[in-house]
Every structure is written in C-alpha cells, then in structure tokens.
Design a protein around this ligand. Structure first.
Ligand SMILES: [Ca+2]
Length: 579
C-alpha cells in the first residue's frame, strides 16, 4: 500500500472499473454518527484526501481559479493518463451510512485542458475495498451540476466516496459537494424460509397440468403406454456467445448446445463493434450466429442497440466524434435499419444497456433519448420484445433508481417490455436479498431476465466446489422467483470470459464442478420424463415442466409436441405425422 505523508485519509481502492461488488447483507447495527465533510472547499482540505497510485500521475490543490461559489474550489490535475480511472482519487472517508437509506450526492464540476470523464464511486474504506456503486459524468468547460443517488448496502462508517479521473489528462475542478439523505429503499419482506421452499414454488410456477390425445392418421385413438420426455425448457437458459475460429471452436459450440437453449451476442451486435465503419455493418458476422441459432433452435437476444460507455475506444466511434445532431440521427438510423433487417430473426433486444451508469450519451443528447430509442425500435418491429438492461440491481443497491427509471418510462407510455438485470456478482449469493430486489422490480409487472450472470471467482478466491454451489444457489433463486422469465450466463468458457475463472469450463474446455452442478439442475433435477397410459379414447394427462416434449408410443414411434404456459389443452398428437 502506498501512503504519502502529505495527505490525510488515504486509501487504495482495489477494484476494476465497472465491476460490481456488493457486501454481504448485514443486520443494521448502531454506529457512531459521522457527518459528511465540508464540500465548499472554503475551509481547507479538512476531511478530504488525495491519492494518486503513483505521484507522477496527478496532483491536487485548493484553487482560487473561478470557483463555483465562495473563493475556493478543488482542482485535480492529471498529468499522465493512467490505465484505470481509479488510479487517481479525491476521497471523503468515514461518514455514516445506514442500510437501504438513499443519499443524494450532488456536486459541481468543470474541466480545462481536455479534462474528460469524472467518476464518483463508493467503496469500503478499508480492505478489501468492496465496491458499492459508481456513476460517471462527462466534464464540461463550464460549471455543471451532477447528482448520484446512492443506496447504502449496509450500515457503517467504514466508507469512502471518491472522485476518480485518471483515464484522461487535464484539470478537473470540483466545488459545492453536498450529501443529503432522502428516502429509503423499502424492499418487500422475504420470509426466512423462502429459499428452503424453492421446490414448492418451482412446482407451482414452472410446471403445468397437460392433457394429450394420441391418434393415428385416421384419427383412431391409440390406447396404451406412452412415454413423455422434456427435451427443451420453455424457460430461457442461456449464455452469451462469442464465435471465433480455432481448434476448440466446434467443441465450444457443442457445449453451448449441451447446456443452453438460448443465447445473446456478447460483442458482435454492439453498435461500435457491428458498424465499425459508417454504413458497413458486419451483417455477415451476425448471420453466422443467427444461422447457427436457427439451425439449432436457439433464439439469440439482440444485445445491445445502444450503450453509452466511453471505454474500449467507443468514444472514438464515427457516430460520436461528429456533432450531436449527427449522432442522434445515426442512432435512429441504426435502430430502425437493424430492427427492420432482423425482424423475425431477432425477437428480443436490449435496447439500452446501462442507462444509469453510462450517461455519456444523455449528457450530450438529453435523457429523453432513452424513450426515443425504444419508440424507434418499436416502430421498426412492433413484435420485438424490448428490454432495458442494467447492472448493480440484484448484485448491488441500485434497484430504486432503476425501478424509478422504468416506472417513468411506463408512465410516459414508452414501449418497454422487459427488465434486464445483469447479475455480475462479486459477493456470495444471498437468496433472500436477491429475492427482495427481484420482487421489488417485479412490482412493475414486467418480466425480468437475469441477462449476464457470473461471479468474480478469482477476485473472491472461491474454490471450484464453492463456485459450483454458488452457481446452483443462484439458479435456484432465479428459477423459483415468479418474476423471472429467463436466465443467461455471461459466458461459460474461461478462455472467452471477461472474468476468467467464472466459466463452467477451464481454458482447455475441461469441465469444472460448476459445469456439472448447472447441468444437473437444468437437465436432470428440473426435467420431466415419465410413462403414462392413454385411455380408450387415446387420452392421458400428466404434470410437467413447460416446454417441448418427445412423446414415444409402444413400438418406438416418436413425435414432438409443445406444452407451453397458457396454452390450451388437450394436445392432439397424430403419431403418423412427421416429427
Ligand atoms: Ca467553494
């Protein structure tokens, strides 16, 4: 740990930008009240501390240069661009937060000499510097007010709020930082035995009573033994897909089919990847996925039409480097063109990815762009299911802000059809906490999908067997929650994972224990395979998981039939028909 004598309140936050951690939920305890410090910078740097990873990265001073109010403000000068934004921090530490209380942090900022993005992050004030939430804002030449609603994940004074700006050189000015508690996130009460009763809920919400009638081609009833076997869940069990070449490519795709019945593009359909050159979208690349999906009966979610991140060089995308009007028109063109082109081939989209945490496009074009994107998409393909997608909802504390955002859209009549909660965990699975947040989001009445599940296995130093049991716990939590309509892993192979170690398979494609625990639940525990008898009318009934079934009569003749949620019974099965 590097500590400099000249500065007060120093600490190093060890987390990667964009990672989503959450502390284990804890019972609120009495902690001494510690007020947030003075944000006017008129009284020196009392309570503030400055920490650069290395001294050459940047410097800090109280400046009298055009303060927002009074005669002083804070200035961070970034001399050298760092690898991570958090490598230079202005910190406020040790103040009281109470679990589920919502705090409005507001501050004014401006920049000179090409100052770019300022990020505010809340992290634990001591090792392991657990990440609690963050927001990025674009720094403008004139003073501008910014706000961040922070919901406390626990009751503590061991907290730090940090301004981070090391990824772009320039002078960053900050003034009038204020911290006000307003409201509380009131999550629904979840009974202590909720998780223990998961089987009961699964029995109720994931299964139906099916009746069928088996006839031959002349309509004559078949009476006798019939076996029914689930071959495909109606529920979406999926993974993100990243097709490449190489020796293991075929095996990779085979394993995707072994485990999952749906997919999502990892990067291929992100606008900045998909249309690297204006007017030349990589449709051939996308068709590789869609043809494979169509051949194997794997629907692939359209992730993501718009994502405001400025990382990965996306801030230099051809549409963003021109003026605002051009950017707006290009967004509309992208959405309209692609929903028209893929009508019927892609039936579900993440229209806007991470609207709460990546506001760069809103800073330029206004927040009503969110509504516009959904309206353009709906107009181009009225049949497509349109999702919003965000992180730190079930794996963090941002459910209140997210729900408010979606509720506002619904009130304005915006066609948003589903809620995506990513699910990148850096803490152990807490079913009660996750269920409370899912129920809270579910109160809006929209379906919810866990769109990007993984865990920071290496960061948390979890063994293979703990990974396996944690993944199983998460699957059970999601599958037994009535608001959830799908569950997608964000990759299953360590060699193609943004969090190597989080995969079900190691980099050589050897299965880890988690591959078995996940397969076992989806394909062995939660499955239906039974033998039933049809009566003299050819009729029979059984209870099973919703999905596609293979029906086999004596003599080995097989037929496929679907028993879906809300479908009408009975299914008449003509055993003479083709599969
Ligand atoms: Ca001031």
């Amino acid at each position: 740990m590097i500590r400099s004598k000249a500065l007060l309140l120093l600490a190093c936050a060890v987390f990667s930008s964009g990672a989503q951690n959450r502390s284990p939920s804890s019972v609120p305890v009495a902690v001494p009240f510690m007020a947030f410090g003075d944000g006017s910078f008129e009284n020196g740097i009392d309570r503030w501390g400055f920490w650069p990873m290395t001294p050459d990265l940047g410097s800090f001073e109280i400046s009298g240069e055009k303060p927002h109010s009074g005669s002083k403000c804070a200035r961070i000068s970034i001399h050298k661009k760092a690898v991570e934004n958090w490598h230079v921090q202005l910190q406020m530490r040790v103040f009281t937060i109470e679990k589920n209380n919502i705090y409005r942090l507001s501050w004014w900022t401006r920049g000179e000499n090409d100052a770019g993005m300022l990020e505010v992050a809340f992290v634990k004030g001591s090792p392991p510097w657990t990440f609690y939430g963050a927001k990025k804002v674009s720094v403008t030449p004139e003073w501008k007010k910014h706000e961040f609603l922070f919901t406390a994940p626990l009751t503590t004074t061991d907290i730090q709020m940090t301004f981070q700006c090391a990824s772009k050189t320039g002078d960053y000015y900050i003034d009038d930082v204020s911290w006000v508690q307003e409201g509380k996130m009131v999550l629904p009460e979840i009974p202590a035995d909720w998780y223990a009763k998961s089987d009961e809920r699964i029995e109720e919400i994931r299964k139906g009573d099916f009746s069928l009638k088996v006839v031959d081609k002349k309509g004559k009833p078949y009476s006798g033994e019939v076996s029914v076997k689930l071959i495909n869940h109606e529920f979406n069990w999926g993974t993100c897909l990243n097709f490449q070449d190489g020796a293991l490519e075929n095996e990779y795709r085979k394993l995707a089919l072994k485990h999952f019945n749906s997919g999502v593009f990892e990067n291929a359909f992100k606008w900045e990847e998909y249309e690297r050159q204006e007017g030349k979208p990589l449709t051939d690349d996308l068709d590789r996925y869609l043809q494979w999906g169509s051949k194997n009966n794997i629907p692939i979610r359209g992730h993501a039409l718009i994502w405001g991140t400025e990382n990965y060089g996306f801030d230099r995308h051809w549409a963003r480097v021109k003026d605002d009007q051009f950017l707006k028109e290009s967004m509309k063109k992208r959405i309209t063109r692609d929903l028209t082109l893929y009508k019927g081939k892609i039936t579900e989209y993440d229209v806007w990815n991470e609207p709460m945490h990546e506001p760069a496009l809103f800073s330029r074009l206004g927040t009503d762009m969110l509504d516009s994107a959904f309206i353009w998409a709906h107009k181009a393909d009225p049949d497509a299911k349109l999702y919003i997608n965000e992180y730190s909802i079930i794996s963090g504390t941002d459910a209140k802000g997210y729900r408010d955002m979606v509720e506002g859209m619904l009130k304005r009549g915006v066609p948003v059809h589903g809620i995506g909660v990513q699910g990148h965990f850096a803490s152990l699975i807490d079913p009660i906490d996750i269920a409370a947040k899912l129920s809270y989001m579910g109160q809006l009445g929209l379906p919810i999908k866990v769109t990007e599940f993984d865990m920071d296995i290496r960061g948390m130093s979890l063994s293979d067997s703990v990974q396996a049991s944690e993944y199983a716990k998460m699957l059970r939590t999601a599958f037994s929650h009535p608001a959830i309509e799908g569950f997608l892993f964000w990759g299953f192979w360590d060699a193609r994972h943004w969090r190597p170690g989080a995969g079900l398979y190691d980099s050589d494609l050897k299965p880890k224990v988690a591959a078995d625990s996940v397969y076992n639940l989806i394909h062995k525990v939660w499955t239906t395979e039974k033998s039933i008898k049809t009566d003299s009318q050819g009729a029979a009934a059984f209870r099973g998981f919703y999905g596609d079934y293979e029906v086999t009569v004596k003599g080995g003749k097989k037929c496929r039939v679907s028993f879906l949620k809300g479908a009408k019974d009975p299914q008449v099965i003509d055993m003479s028909a083709k599969k």
